[in-house]
Design a binder for this molecule. Structure first.
Ligand code: ARG
Length: 463
């Protein structure tokens, strides 16, 4: 039995090496090499602790820590040959360490297991992704604030059922997304806070008989504390699921906005012009300018939802503690995180660059009898009519305008009076879209003054 055929980490118990198919299904190095930096940081913290507690000689621990830096620089420089036979990032790093420093490398794995090692690496990686998502969300919120501030009093149609409902302000619409992304931000921060505990030192599943210092390794890796239960530490992936859940909700918000941008930039709407930098042309139709970035955001979001479901499926049937199924936790999370960050950046770019077509927005806001509710409200306020009756009178006026093919404001006072004779000249004040939005001063309403308050509040919060 040569070293080549049986595994160098556990070859003692094995007479033969794995079948090629076994190697193919078993190896994770193809993707978990992305955890290299985290793996090495975890191992360096572990080695320092082994020395501090007297479990390993200081000189051996120092050789390990130095050697690990060499391995890291090789990986970062692209000078590292990853081996499938060595299965995963943990064994690839350790094997190379042995080549570099020799015998002391064998002491690194004292009082730990790949189970707590991978749980630690992956937590560190997902924690970084929470930070990356936070940065992306903040940048997008700032871009939205810029649009909201510029267009606090531009009017546009507000929709329900994608039918014109009431006029709203552009700023109000932008600020709706600021609120949504702010909740996404707080979900990410929340998830990060909860995941920030160290599994390292849980060892295979039961802890270890060596006098380790888990507080020390937790601190070295920026964790708030060690996890309190070794079985839990090696066997849960709820931290990754929380990230995916927060990512999914954020992605859903991105997708809704992307959908709006696709609609708004169409020739039928012409609410916005997307910049050339975030559009593409057609190879056959010279007139086309396509909102590809928005479409791709809308589509990529499916991968993030898929990752969330896939990991839930991986985990749902696993008895405690570690099962190899859990190796399937990584690729999906990697893909989801990459696409979330990309989608956030693309959305930020589009929002920053897009131009609202203010005249089109206003014309659209005034069409579709969008101020009918203002008319009904006026009847309640000025003539004391119960709202239900005012709704009925307004409905009759809308029908009249529709028949004539004009707007509500084009009806004469006489025509209005023929439906309800208490109506006076004052009604025309509320039929304009600017008056309509300005009147919606209730807290959280669309009035430009309210929008400006919210913009100011968020600018102060975000700095
Ligand atoms: N590559 C493995 C994973 O990602 C590391 C842990 C292996 N543990 C074990 N007991 N085989 O899950």
């Amino acid at each position: 039995m040569s070293d080549k055929t049986s595994n160098q980490m556990w070859g003692g118990r094995f007479a033969a090496g794995p079948d090629a198919i076994m190697e193919a299904i078993n190896a994770s190095i193809g993707f978990d090499k992305r955890l290299a930096a985290q793996d090495i940081a975890g191992s360096r913290a572990h080695a320092a602790m082994l020395a501090a507690t007297g479990i390993v000689d200081t000189s051996d621990a120092e050789a390990i820590r130095e050697g690990l830096l060499t391995v890291l620089s090789e990986i970062e420089a692209g000078d590292f040959t990853f081996s499938t036979a060595l299965e995963d990032i943990h064994m690839n790093v350790e094997a190379r360490l042995k080549e570099i420093i020799g015998e002391p490398a064998g002491r690194l794995h004292t009082a730990r297991s790949r189970n707590d090692q991978v749980a630690t690496d992956f937590r560190l990686w997902v924690r970084d992704q929470c930070d990356a998502a936070e940065g992306g969300i903040l940048a997008l919120m700032k871009a939205l604030l810029g649009q909201a501030e510029a267009g606090a009093d531009w009017v546009m149609p507000g929709f329900t059922h994608l039918q014109t409902a009431q006029p709203v302000t552009w700023g109000h619409h932008m600020m709706a997304y600021v609120e949504m992304f702010a909740r996404d931000l707080s979900r990410m921060r929340d998830a990060r806070k909860r995941m920030n505990e160290s599994p390292l030192g849980a060892a295979a599943l039961a802890g270890t008989g060596f006098p380790i210092d888990r507080q020390m390794t937790a601190e070295a890796l920026g964790f708030d504390r060690p996890m309190a239960n070794s079985l839990d530490a090696v066997s849960d992936r709820d931290f990754a699921l929380e990230f995916l859940a927060a990512a999914s909700i954020c992605a859903m918000h991105l997708s809704r906005f992307a959908e709006e941008l696709v609609i708004w930039s169409s020739a039928q709407f012409r609410f916005v012009t997307l910049s050339d930098r975030f559009s593409t042309g057609s190879s056959i139709m010279p007139q086309k300018k396509n909102p590809d970035a928005a479409e791709l955001i809308r589509a990529k979001i499916g991968r993030i939802f898929g990752a969330n479901v896939a990991l839930l499926m991986v985990m749902k049937g696993l008895p405690l503690a570690y099962s190899k199924d859990m190796q399937e936790d990584k690729e999906q999370v990697f893909d989801a995180a990459d696409n979330l960050v990309l989608a956030l950046a693309a959305m930020e770019g589009m929002v920053k660059d897009m131009t609202a077509n203010v005249a089109n927005l206003e014309a659209a806001a005034a069409s579709g009898f969008s101020t009918a509710t203002d008319l009904a409200d006026w009847l309640v306020r000025e003539t004391g009519l119960p709202f239900r009756d005012a709704h009925h009178v307004t409905g009759a006026l809308v029908a009249m305008a529709e028949k004539k093919g004009c707007d509500l404001s084009d009806l004469s006072l006489e025509e209005m009076k023929s439906v309800n004779d208490t109506i006076t000249e004052g009604i025309f004040d509320v039929l304009g879209v600017h008056n309509s939005v300005a009147s919606r001063m209730s807290y959280g309403g669309t009035a430009p003054a309210r929008v400006r308050e919210q913009v100011a509040r968020w600018k102060e919060t975000l700095g």
